[in-house]
Design a protein around this ligand. Structure first.
Ligand SMILES: [Zn+2]
Ligand SMILES: [Zn+2]
Ligand SMILES: [Zn+2]
Length: 260
């Protein structure tokens, strides 16, 4: 399984409009430090899957190569805004799997266009797709939200955003399932003491430690976490990294390294 972080920012992205903090200033000068809306791409056996659809060039990307399916974690705008343009296209219908959410986002359900919404993913019930098994797990967020446990027979990767902590049943499932790679929401820096909808850095590190993951990447990163990491000694330890836009992982190779 090849996994690519397409976007790793929070809903404000980096640089944040109008902000002159060190992280936003750096991102304006060095495009490698920019963070787009949080989303990812998975390639397995010649099939391409998209995790979330917040990128504003989504239609261009799908025109170059139609995805087998889009998996939506939840219906906040930063995760689905690309669908508003894509839906008015023509051609093959694109399946869009997501959590049960009666409202979705704005009028997407009422005017789906080329999008074939399948909003009934059931927690812990595996969805079998060509080359890929996806087990949805509930997350803690202000809208119905699912994480995705991805397995291709060679590696296991858990994609867990947006969330504040993890529901107990999800944490128990993940400990049994044993992901090779955990991708986790870490929107806020450690100085953000009372987060409501997303992890701060210490919470994310504690979750990763409890899960015993052999490698982990933080995503949905806000500008103030980037700024904190620029000034402090990096508070990250062990096999935990900040993801960045464009970063690619080979989940199968990670499993092979761990076993070998
Ligand atoms: Zn988000
Ligand atoms: Zn900033
Ligand atoms: Zn959200």
């Amino acid at each position: 399984m090849n996994f690519r972080f397409v976007g790793t920012g929070d809903s404000a992205q980096v640089p944040r409009f109008g902000c002159d903090c060190p992280a936003c200033g750096r991102a304006r000068v060095l495009s490698s430090h920019r963070r787009g809306a949080c989303c990812a791409e998975v390639r397995v056996d010649g099939y391409r899957y998209l995790l979330d659809a917040g990128r504003t060039d989504l239609a261009d990307s799908c025109e170059q190569e139609t995805p087998e399916a889009i998996l939506v974690t939840h219906y906040h705008a930063d995760h689905v805004q690309g669908l508003f343009h894509l839906r008015w296209g023509t051609g093959t219908m694109i399946p869009v799997y997501g959590p049960k959410d009666a409202n979705g986002c704005a009028d997407l359900y009422r005017h789906p266009g080329v999008l074939d919404f399948r909003p009934g993913l059931k927690p812990f019930r595996p969805l079998m797709l060509p080359g890929l098994t996806v087990t949805p797990v509930p997350l803690n967020h202000s809208k119905p939200t699912l994480g995705f446990c991805l397995e291709d027979g060679g590696g296991r990767l858990a994609y867990l955003t947006d969330t504040l902590g993890l529901p107990g049943e999800t944490e128990r499932f993940l400990r049994d399932w044993g992901p090779d790679v955990v991708v986790l929401d870490a929107t806020h820096p450690s100085t953000h003491h009372e987060p409501r909808n997303h992890n701060n850095l210490p919470m994310a590190l504690q979750i990763i430690e409890r899960l015993g993951a052999s490698s982990a990447y933080l995503t949905h990163i806000g500008h103030d976490l980037d700024a904190e990491c620029m000034t402090a000694d990096m508070p990250l330890s062990g096999p935990v990294w900040l993801a960045h836009d464009g970063l690619e992982l080979d989940a199968g190779a990670m499993m092979a390294r761990r076993c070998g």
